[in-house]
Design a protein around this ligand. Sequence first.
Ligand code: HEM
Length: 345
Amino acid sequence: MGVPQPILDPLTPAAIFLVATIDEGGEGVVRDLLADLPGLRRSVGFRVPGSGLACITSIGSAAWDRLFAGPKPAQLHEFPGYAGAKHQAPATPGDLLFHIRAENQDTCFELAMKIAERLAGAATIVDQTVGFRYFEQRDLLGFVDGTENPEGALGVTAAFVGDEDPGFAGGSYVVVQKYLHDLNAWKALTTTEQEQIIGRTKVDDFELEDKPANSHVAVNDQDVSGSIVRANMPFGSVMDGEFGTYYIAYADSPEVTDAMLVRMFLGSADAEYDRILDFSTAVTGTSFFAPATEFFEELPPAPAAHNSAETDGAAIGATDGAVAGATDGAVSGDGSLGIGTLRQR
Ligand code: HEM
């Protein structure tokens, strides 16, 4: 197995998530940045002892074809989107994901600036989310988030590709989604009602023995779907009344997160959908692959010829009518960017 990127590092107080799309003809500049990123990270991080600055860099499926010739991670594909009877998870654009984390925000921001400088004219940053630690690793719903992440050797098995795809062993499949909470509706509930929706106690974070089948923890039972390593962070803007959770999960296969999202949005025999969705709306959704560190030391060759029109079409696909065809990146009424197709039962 290659040496994985620092996915299993403990959660930090600060993070910045950058999602970018590669502009037409920007592939060469992006390749140069990918090769230089480990050094950039060292330059910024070394100046601030104890900052723990890390950057996990991931690449989307269509971008992979534009950037590299040769083999591709076996299961890398675009985020499908999910259209449940009541709640939807839109698929939104993204070729590159930079998951920057550190003990302090200035270090994260410095590296984000360097990345943005290098991408100028070659890629467009379509989302920047500044995440922060909220008290005892709580989300803005007030519940501790991250407790049941697999630890130690279990984390390694859950997060990283193994012998099943030897060329990409040590890499990891990543899914990100931004969720916006309706905090007024949430705060109108009693603590007991909130605990029934999450499936854990609020103050001391114990799993409820008799939790409802549609509680978040019951729907995402890792004995059913498999295990993932989450590094969710709260984010928000009091000016805009925006309060959210940036969901990010790493797994050895995209099938694990897919199974969870199917149960959350499309339902199962046990539960129509995850009750957390009555209070949290997914507004983005994108899939990537985080290769092992050696990948960046010697990138695969660039493709001989790049037919961008073909690749772009495959990347963000035609809508199938489930989502309106917005093209300007604006979030439409259903919280979707109107890109891609939504998976239905
Ligand atoms: C609004 C967005 C979300 C919030 C606020 C949220 C919050 C939480 C909280 C508070 C817990 C309980 C403590 C813990 O073990 O971490 C939890 C557990 C979990 N969540 Fe989420 N979550 C969100 C989205 C998701 C999504 C989209 C998935 C999967 C696709 C997911 C998968 C899981 C899993 C696997 C667990 C652990 C279940 C267990 O084994 O007990 N979460 N989440």
